[in-house]
Design a protein around this ligand. Structure first.
Ligand SMILES: [Zn+2]
Length: 553
C-alpha cells in the first residue's frame, strides 16, 4: 500500500509524498467522513437519474478539493499528521450526531457543546457513539500515523503546497461551472446541506463562535432599568408572589390542555389556568433562548447586539423585589448572577435526588425557609421566585421522571433514541410532560397556601420545543430558519389567584381570547415586569400580554 517511487531527500523509499496523504485524507473525509451528508443528498427529490449522479459526483469533488486546499496550506512536515487527525476526529464526532439525531453543526450547536456540563454530556454517551468514533475517527488516524511521510526540502514543500492549492481551486471552479445550475438551486432550496459538510462545518462554526467576542464588547455589562420601582401598595393590596417557571424542551402540542389527544396534563386541567398556544421561542436551544428570554431587546435586536446588558432578573432586583433563582439544570446562562441562587446539584434528598441529579419537585422543598432568608424590606414589596426545570431534557427522557409518572408505556430506556421505536420515544417524552404537569400542579398548591398573605401568580414558559423523530429528526438546536415548528413552538401557561386578578384589574376572558395569537419570547420580559407590578423605562406595554386586559394601571 505504499508508494515505491524514489525520492531525493534520502528518507525511506516506502515513505509517502505528503500531497498523496493529504489527497487520500481528503477523499476519505469527503466520502466516508460525510455519510450523513450523502444520506441526505440521496433523499433529495432533485437528485435522481444520471443528472443526480453528476451532481453528487461534482459536489463530492468540490468537497474533496476544498478540504485538500485547506490541508495544503497546513501541509508542513510535523504539522500534516496532527492537522489531519483533528480533521478525522472532528468529522467522526460530527457524523455521529448528524446521523443519529438529524442535527446539523452551526455556531449555536458549538455554543451548546461548550456550555454543556459533564452530566449532560454523559447522558449522550453510548456504545454506538463509541463504535462510530473508533471507525470514523480513530481508525483513519491510526493508519495515518503508521504511514511514513517523505520529507521534502523547504523549497520543494512550498512549491508542492502552492501547486496543490492552485490545482484544487481550479478543480472547484471547473466543477462548479459544470454543475452550476443544479448546484445553485439545490443549495438554495436545501440550506441545511451546508451545515452538513464535515468537518468544515465544525471549523466554520467554531470560527464564528470565536469571532463573536470581537464583534461584541464582553467586558462591560450595560445597566438597564435602574429606574425600576414597584408602586406603593394600597391598604387592601397584598405584596405579589410571582412564581416564574422556566421550562425545558417542552413541546406546546404535547400538552393535554393544548388539545393533545393524550391527557398529559391531568393536574393543570383541574386548575383555573390560561394557556396561550401561539408562542414562538427565541432560539432552538437553551443557550440561545434563555439569555434572549430574559433580555429587554427581543429576538432580532438581541442577536444583533453589540453589548451585553443586564437581564430581567436585574431589573426586578433594581425595583427592590426579593428575587430568588432556583436551578435544577446546568445554570442560568448568565442571567441570574447578581441575585441569590440555589443550585439543586448541591442538595441531597433521599427520594428526589440520585447520582447528582434531582427530579424537578426538589425545587419545591424548603421553599418557605428559602424565601424567609431573603431581606425583609424586599419581601415586603414582593417576591419573585424563578424555577429552572430539568423538564423534558433529552435524549434520556426516562431519567427525568419518577416511576410513578411513567404512565405511557413502553418507554425508551436508551439515550440512543434511534434504537427505540418512535412510539417508545414519544411515550417517554409524554411521561416528562406528565411529570411537569404534576410539578406545576404542586407549585400551584404551594401558591394557594400563600393566598392569605400574598397576591400570587405563576407563569410557565418553555425555552424551546423538541423533535421526536419526525423526518428522522430528534432533539433540538437546528438553525432557526430550517428548524421544524415543533422545536420553536412553546407552552405558555398562566395561573393567578383571585387576589392577584383583583389587584391587577385583570380580565381572564380578555387574556383567554389571545389563546391563538402569534406571540413570542419577545413578550416574556415585559409580561413578567407587568405581573410583578414594576414600572421602568425599559418596560413596553405593547409587548406585555396582559397590558390591554387590565382595567386599571
Ligand atoms: Zn433547553
Amino acid at each position: 500500500m505504499t508508494s515505491q517511487r524514489r525520492n531525493s531527500s534520502g528518507t525511506s523509499s516506502k515513505a509517502w509524498h505528503p500531497v498523496w496523504v493529504a489527497l487520500i485524507g481528503s477523499v476519505w473525509l469527503a466520502t466516508i467522513g460525510n455519510l450523513a451528508l450523502w444520506e441526505q443528498v440521496q433523499q433529495l427529490p432533485e437528485v435522481t437519474g444520471l443528472r443526480g449522479l453528476a451532481f453528487a459526483i461534482g459536489f463530492g469533488t468540490i468537497i474533496t478539493a476544498a478540504t485538500l486546499a485547506i490541508l495544503s496550506l497546513l501541509n508542513w512536515r510535523a504539522l500534516l499528521k496532527p492537522v489531519l487527525t483533528v480533521f478525522f476526529l472532528s468529522a467522526a464526532s460530527g457524523a455521529y450526531f448528524m446521523m443519529s439525531y438529524g442535527i446539523v453543526i452551526d455556531s449555536t450547536m458549538i455554543t451548546n457543546v461548550i456550555q454543556t456540563d459533564t452530566k449532560e454530556a454523559l447522558d449522550l454517551f453510548n456504545w454506538r457513539m463509541l463504535i462510530s468514533f473508533v471507525f470514523l475517527g480513530l481508525l483513519p488516524s491510526w493508519l495515518l500515523w503508521k504511514t511514513p511521510l517523505k520529507s521534502l526540502a523547504f523549497g520543494k514543500q512550498v512549491l508542492s503546497n502552492t501547486a496543490t492549492v492552485v490545482a484544487s481551486l481550479a478543480i472547484i471552479v471547473a466543477t462548479l461551472l459544470a454543475i452550476f445550475q443544479d448546484y445553485s438551486s439545490i443549495m438554495r432550496n436545501h440550506t441545511q446541506l451546508r451545515y452538513l459538510v464535515n468537518p468544515l462545518n465544525s471549523f466554520y462554526a467554531i470560527g464564528m463562535v470565536a469571532a463573536k467576542p470581537f464583534q461584541r464588547d464582553q467586558k462591560t455589562l450595560l445597566p438597564i432599568g435602574r429606574d425600576a420601582q414597584v408602586g406603593a401598595l394600597k391598604a387592601s393590596d397584598k405584596p405579589p408572589l410571582l412564581l416564574v417557571v422556566l421550562g425545558e424542551t417542552a413541546r406546546m402540542g404535547n400538552f393535554g390542555v393544548n388539545g393533545y389527544e393524550r391527557n398529559t396534563t391531568p393536574e393543570l386541567s383541574k386548575e383555573n389556568i390560561i394557556s396561550l398556544k401561539g408562542v414562538s421561542s427565541c432560539g432552538t436551544s437553551t443557550a440561545a433562548s434563555v439569555p434572549c428570554m430574559f433580555s429587554h431587546l427581543g429576538k432580532e435586536d438581541f442577536e444583533a447586539r453589540k453589548n451585553n446588558y443586564e437581564s430581567l432578573i436585574d431589573v426586578l432586583n433594581h425595583a427592590g423585589l426579593a428575587v430568588l433563582w432556583i436551578d435544577n439544570q446546568s445554570g442560568c446562562k448568565g442571567v441570574c448572577e447578581r441575585v441569590p441562587q440555589v443550585l439543586t446539584k448541591e442538595l441531597k434528598h433521599p427520594t428526589l435526588c440520585k447520582d447528582g441529579e434531582c427530579f424537578d419537585e426538589i425545587m419545591l422543598q424548603q421553599l418557605d425557609e428559602r424565601i424567609q432568608a431573603l431581606p425583609a424590606e424586599r419581601r415586603a414589596k414582593g417576591v419573585v421566585v424563578v424555577m429552572h426545570q430539568m423538564g423534558s431534557h433529552g435524549p434520556a427522557y426516562y431519567k427525568r421522571v419518577p416511576d410513578a409518572f411513567k404512565k405511557f408505556q413502553p418507554e425508551c430506556k436508551s439515550n440512543a433514541l434511534q434504537e427505540c421505536s418512535r412510539e417508545q420515544v414519544v411515550n417517554s417524552f409524554d411521561n416528562t410532560i406528565l411529570y411537569t404537569d404534576h410539578f406545576l400542579g404542586q407549585a400551584i398548591q404551594w401558591l394557594k397556601k400563600s393566598e392569605a398573605t400574598h397576591a400570587s401568580a405563576m407563569l410557565y414558559v418553555s425555552d424551546h420545543g423538541e423533535s421526536l423523530g419526525e423526518n428522522n429528526i430528534y432533539l433540538h438546536g437546528l438553525p432557526y430558519r430550517i428548524a421544524p415548528e415543533v422545536q420553536k413552538r412553546v407552552p405558555w401557561i398562566t395561573w393567578w389567584s383571585p387576589q392577584f386578578e383583583k389587584q391587577g384589574g385583570l380580565s381572564r376572558t380578555c387574556v383567554k381570547n389571545k389563546a391563538q395569537d402569534a406571540l413570542s419570547h419577545d413578550n416574556y420580559f415585559h409580561t413578567i415586569l407587568g405581573m410583578a407590578g414594576v414600572s421602568t423605562e425599559v418596560y413596553q406595554a405593547k409587548l406585555d400580554v396582559h397590558a390591554d386586559c387590565r382595567s386599571k394601571s
